[in-house]
Design a protein around this ligand. Structure first.
Ligand code: NAP
Length: 246
């Protein structure tokens, strides 16, 4: 389905990003695997992609840094000559109640989760415009839609991603580029592993499909949105949350 396509996945060393990278590799794509710190984990992802028959280029870089984002995009073009799909997945949490939230914890989450996506889109856009095709997929969250106590910074960033997705979709539609957002619910990864067992059990009970999500649940939608079958879909936000928010 994606034979010879080039996909950049930010934050692909672990969790949802890793699952997205492996899904595209399984479907024939070559993958640019971005990460920030997890060297061992990212080497493993590269091996897994190669075992699936794809090429993997690891590019270290902090997406919140404008120049690092440029480096990621430039390396992809240098290696593969084009970029078909960009998945803005890299994200962090720094939770805390508003009254106690440090300014730095607000800034860091906005810088990685929102500005990081802007940085990558900003640098990939001229390339996709020249190609007159491209798919951009931004990973938002249901928390950006319905909010959550203790996550003022995170929900602001994820709501920002939704606005950015829609504006970018409108700007780039005439150039053959689609831009969509995925809003995952509760997905089992390192990010959610830290939550107390009681919270997880409670989540399970309120999710209509009665289970927590898997990274692959998100990866399946990313692959669909990047496929020709989704050619007439742009500017949309699609939840992958077992029915948690509707
Ligand atoms: N898990 C959920 O329930 C859930 C729900 C809704 C939305 N999401 C969103 O889905 C995305 C992935 O989440 P996850 O649960 O898979 O998280 P995760 O397991 O914590 O993995 C985060 C990934 O992002 C990378 N990363 C973090 N900061 C970065 C930066 N500044 N530059 C480049 N890479 C960076 C990490 O790289 P290193 O390992 O190298 O640090 C890692 O690969 C995030 O945007 C998150 O907000 C997750």
């Amino acid at each position: 389905m994606f034979k010879d396509k080039v996909v950049i996945v930010t934050g692909a060393s672990r969790g949802i990003g890793r699952a997205i990278a492996l899904k595209f590799a399984k479907l024939g794509a070559n993958i640019v695997v971005n990460y920030r710190n997890s060297v061992e984990a990212v080497e493993k992802v590269k091996t897994e992609i190669e075992e699936l028959g794809g090429k993997a280029l690891i590019v270290q870089g902090d997406v919140s840094n404008f120049e690092d984002a440029k480096f990621i995009i430039d390396r992809a073009v240098e290696e593969f000559g084009k970029i078909d799909i960009l998945v803005n997945n890299a994200g962090i949490t720094k939770d805390g109640l508003l009254l106690r939230m440090k300014e730095d914890d607000f800034d860091k989450v906005i810088n990685v989760n929102l500005k990081g996506a802007f940085n990558c889109i900003r640098h990939v856009t001229p390339i996709m415009m020249k190609q007159r095709n491209g798919k951009i997929i931004n990973i938002s969250s249901v928390i950006g839609i319905c909010g959550n106590a203790g996550q003022v910074n995170y929900s602001a960033a994820k709501a920002g991603i939704i606005g950015m997705t829609k504006s970018t979709a409108k700007e780039l539609a005439s150039r053959g580029i689609t831009v969509n957002a995925i809003a995952p619910g509760y997905i089992v990864t390192d990010m959610t592993e830290v939550l107390p067992e009681k919270v997880k059990k409670n989540m399970e009970s309120i999710i209509p499909l009665k289970r927590l999500g898997k990274p692959e649940d998100v990866a399946n939608l990313a692959a669909f949105l990047a496929s020709d079958d989704a050619a007439y879909i742009t500017g949309q936000v699609i939840n992958v949350d077992g029915g948690m928010v509707m």
